[in-house]
Design a protein around this ligand. Structure first.
Ligand code: CU
Length: 401
């Protein structure tokens, strides 16, 4: 199948829970819309020919690289050519790949370019700027591509997989979490056309799907964050196979872990972990998501089990471990049983909607779970385990393509 995807490269603003508003560069899927972070999700099938056209409205040249895709061509109007690094007349590298110029540059490339590749293998991949990437990727020019295996069929459990039938990558629900970081001084310098030295790079915000906690836990397409459309809350029911696709969208590495659970890492950088027929997937607690890297992992929660008549005596956690706090932050239903609600401490005015469990997922570099020094925030979200039958059966990611 041929997939034609059009992206515009433009600017916009995102919001941070401390009240700050950050100028960004990013991708969007329609002319005249503000940029979003991360870029629109692209979901295609193995074997598809993928045409991605970008139209540049920024004041400088930009491009897209597709790590993990082979045989990428670029077409600036005179036919497709193999995409490759570009140099100026003095032999200096100006872009890691063919680029779209800024509009109106006399003698420059056109502001539109089309990249084409065949999605040869399934997996999770990054797309991001290949021009001044230390600046442009940091400004928000990154997104993720999901390639479904050629035998993918969400209606057949054995074929609802990340990497194909018999690869032990079946899933019931999937989530995509693209992590990054923001130095507001860089973003302000770009907005005001001022100089910025990348050696001064000092992030103050850390994001999952372009959002900092607690906004990470809000729903997709929350109306007050129009340019941060993707939530990062991971929700599942007991015994479900949950596929989490991590992607490193920024320029730094981030160690992530879920509390209370290990995950099974099934693929790195869109490559299934196997040797011949030997399954090389492994369980891990903390994974270091490198810049530009992707990790696919599967986890299943089968903890205490939900059974209203469960006779096993459960010790109530110490009050200090109940996670009660300000309204809206309470992660304790008052009962240790999944799906049950009990008494909550005096003064607590909110508790779990259906008696669900929450486990934190966060960067283990503790500074990264703040919003400019204020805890909690940043690169942090929750895994929420809902009682069986309460979540509905959506659970696959959709996108352009
Ligand atoms: Cu932790």
């Amino acid at each position: 199948m041929i997939r034609n995807i059009n992206l515009w490269v433009t600017d916009g603003y995102i919001s941070i829970p401390d009240g700050n508003s950050i100028y960004i560069w990013g991708y969007t899927d329609a002319a005249g819309k503000r940029a979003q972070v991360p870029g629109p999700r692209i979901v295609v099938n193995q074997g598809d020919v993928v045409n991605i056209s970008i139209t540049n409205t920024l004041p400088e040249a930009t491009s897209v690289v597709f790590p993990g895709q082979s045989g990428v061509t670029a077409d600036t109007g005179s036919g497709p050519q193999p995409a490759g690094p570009k140099y100026d007349g003095g032999g200096n590298l100006v872009s890691l790949t063919d680029f779209a110029d800024y509009p109106g540059n006399p003698g420059g490339n056109p502001p539109t370019i089309t990249y084409t590749f065949t999605a040869h293998r399934p997996g999770t991949f990054i797309y991001e700027s290949g021009t001044n990437p230390h600046k442009q990727v940091q400004m928000g020019l990154y997104g993720a591509i999901i390639v479904r295996p050629s035998d993918y069929d969400p209606a057949v459990p054995a074929k609802k997989t990340a990497y194909g039938e018999n690869t032990h990558t079946e899933f019931d629900r999937e989530y995509l979490v693209v992590v990054s970081e923001i130095d507001p001084v860089l973003h302000q310098a770009v907005e005001q056309g001022k100089d910025y030295k990348i050696r001064d790079f000092l992030p103050r915000y850390w994001t999952m799907n372009g959002r900092s906690a607690p906004d990470t836990m809000n729903s997709d397409n929350a109306g007050y964050m129009p340019n941060q459309p993707y939530g990062a809350m991971i929700m599942a029911e007991p015994d479900e196979k949950v596929l989490i696709r991590y992607a490193g969208g920024g320029i730094e590495n981030h160690p992530l872990h879920p509390h209370g659970n290990h995950t099974r890492i099934v693929a790195l950088d869109g490559s299934l972990l196997k040797n011949g027929t030997e399954d090389l997937s492994y369980k891990k607690f903390t994974v270091l998501v490198g810049a530009g890297q992707t990790y696919d992992q599967v986890f299943t929660w089968s903890g205490l089990g939900y059974n209203p008549s469960n006779p096993i005596p459960t010790v109530m956690p110490n009050l200090r471990n109940l996670g009660v706090g300000d309204a809206g932050w309470t992660m304790w239903s008052g009962s240790p049983y999944l799906g049950e609600k009990g008494d909550v401490p005096v003064g607590v005015t909110s508790f779990n909607q259906v008696g669900e469990y929450h486990f934190m997922v966060h960067s283990h570099e503790e500074m990264q779970i703040t919003n400019w020094g204020e805890f909690p925030g940043g690169m942090m979200t929750m895994i929420a385990i809902f009682p069986t039958g309460t979540l509905g059966d959506a659970g696959t990611i959709e996108g352009l393509g």
